[in-house]
Write a protein that binds this ligand. Structure first.
Ligand SMILES: [Zn+2]
Length: 485
């Protein structure tokens, strides 16, 4: 079966065909770096990693872009609280984010643009919207997107010029609320939104010069500018959590299509900003919406601190279909551990048997890869895909127990598993004596972040936690070093 994926634009599962095969441009809204990512954030990033790996499994060459939002309302608030400069505050969270991605075995995106490195692209895009009369500078000095003018479709040939095409809302039916300057707002507020926010005293030294005076970009224009700068004015897949569909993604479409692209020719433009939109569903934790006050708010680091591995977290996050709300529980992680134990035992026995094989490396046995591909290509049907994996484990265990499995056949089955593990990335890591476990490395990175944020009590607590795992941190001139206790 060729790959089929749900498209939020059409509300249906469609064949996915890239515009210029085998190349695929994939953009995923990345982290806003004001805190450590929680497991709900990482559900989306593991989903993006799965999509990227499935595209590659289908022979496509993916360019994976994930932005880092390093200027936004919440970040400015935290700068005021901590007194830190922008990059001094955001850098440790970017490092921590990358360490968490590694722990969860997510391939690092090919490009990780930071918003603050693309201010020029954002100003250019806003300039095009101003030229075309679909943006205006208000009395507060900020520049806003004009939804009403954008809706005048006949003005811009080739552009859909329809606000609400992604989340299927009709601005005419909504309560019009004038203007909104906050980066986040809800669906009841179809309103002109800020593209460029005029500098205010609370922004401190976070501002840039623009044709409309000093200020900073709105969150939505950041993703329009960065995605088109790296993937072109029209690209294949845009992915994010479902909570971003409105207003963030709807606003991205309006800005990008309204401007006719970052560098495109407006009048020749016949292509949509994005051809295929993918949205991942919410994550509940222990049956409820995550919240610090309910005690069900987990960062990846929290879970590692409770003794779970990144591999177990990945397995659990990959066990649910991306369009289903998933209830993530600590009991589920225990279940992940025992399921992975069955896999490890089977792979261990197959390796023992295959070690007796002579001759060249065998070609993979076709059974498992075929069943797996059939399932995963059906809009990433992970339940069926895992079903294929666990059926295969039972079959191998039977064959091993009966003594019928030849060493060459065992090697062929291992090769089959390796081929699908290019997608799942769930095989046990080969153990080496000197390797520092990923969760210890992640805790050390968190300690560096805590020290930079001058949270020394937290840094000391992390040192003690690392010690309890049998490792010591030594601060050296070239940075902290980890050694066995
Ligand atoms: Zn975004």
């Amino acid at each position: 079966m060729s790959l089929r994926l749900h498209n939020t634009l059409t509300r249906s599962v469609e064949a996915f065909v890239p515009s210029a095969p085998p190349q695929v441009g994939l953009y995923c809204c990345g982290p806003t770096v004001y805190d450590f990512g929680h497991v709900g954030n990482f559900r989306t990033f593991v989903f993006a990693d799965l999509v990227r790996r499935v595209l590659a499994f289908n022979g496509m060459q993916v360019t994976h872009v994930m932005n880092v939002t390093d200027v936004e309302d919440k970040i400015l608030r935290r700068l005021r609280e901590t007194g830190l400069a922008l990059r001094a505050f955001t850098d440790p969270y970017i490092e921590a984010f990358l360490a968490d991605l590694d722990v969860l075995r997510c391939l690092r995106p090919h490009h990780l643009p930071r918003a603050t490195d693309h201010i020029g692209d954002m100003i250019r895009l806003i300039g095009r919207l101003m030229e075309r009369g679909i943006a205006y500078q208000a009395a507060d000095g900020s520049v806003y997107f004009n939804i009403e003018r954008y809706q005048a479709a006949e003005r811009w040939p080739g552009c859909a010029c329809r606000y609400g095409q992604l989340v299927h809302i009709d601005p005419g039916q909504q309560r019009q609320t004038g203007r909104v300057s906050a980066d986040e707002y809800d669906k009841d507020h179809v309103a002109d939104f800020a593209l460029w926010k005029a500098r205010v005293p609370e922004d401190g030294d976070v501002f840039w010069d623009s044709p409309w005076g000093q200020g900073r970009p709105g969150w939505h224009i950041e993703c329009s500018a960065m995605s088109m700068a790296l993937l072109g004015d029209s690209f294949d897949i845009h992915l994010g959590g479902e909570d971003l569909a409105f207003p963030h993604h709807e606003d991205e479409i309006a800005q990008s299509e309204g401007a006719g692209g970052l560098r495109g020719d407006l009048h020749g433009r016949k292509l949509p900003f994005v051809r295929h939109w993918l949205h991942g569903a919410h994550l509940l934790v222990e049956g409820r919406k995550m919240s610090k006050s309910l005690g069900n708010y987990f960062t990846v680091r929290d879970l590692l601190g409770r003794g779970f591995s990144g591999r177990e977290v990945r397995f659990l996050l990959l066990s649910a279909h991306y369009r289903e709300t998933f209830n993530f529980t600590l009991a589920g992680l225990e279940g992940a551990r025992s399921a992975l134990g069955r896999l490890d035992e089977c792979l261990g026995k197959l390796r023992e048997r295959a070690a007796l094989a002579a001759g060249p490396a065998p070609s993979p046995s076709p059974g498992l890869p075929e069943a797996f591909k059939e399932a995963i290509n059906d809009d990433l049907n992970v339940s069926r895909a895992w079903g294929a994996v666990f059926d295969w484990i039972r079959e191998q265990n039977r064959a091993l127990a009966s003594g019928d499995l030849t060493p060459a056949a065992a090697a062929a089955e291992l090769a089959a598993f390796a081929s699908i593990d290019a997608v799942l990335a769930i095989a046990p890591a080969p153990a080496t004596q000197d390797e520092t476990p990923a969760h210890v490395v992640a805790l050390a990175a968190e300690r560096v972040a805590a020290k930079k944020a001058r949270d020394f009590a937290r840094a000391d607590a992390l040192r003690a936690e690392i010690r309890s795992m049998g490792w010591v941190v030594e601060d050296t001139p070239s940075g902290p070093k980890l050694k066995r206790a």
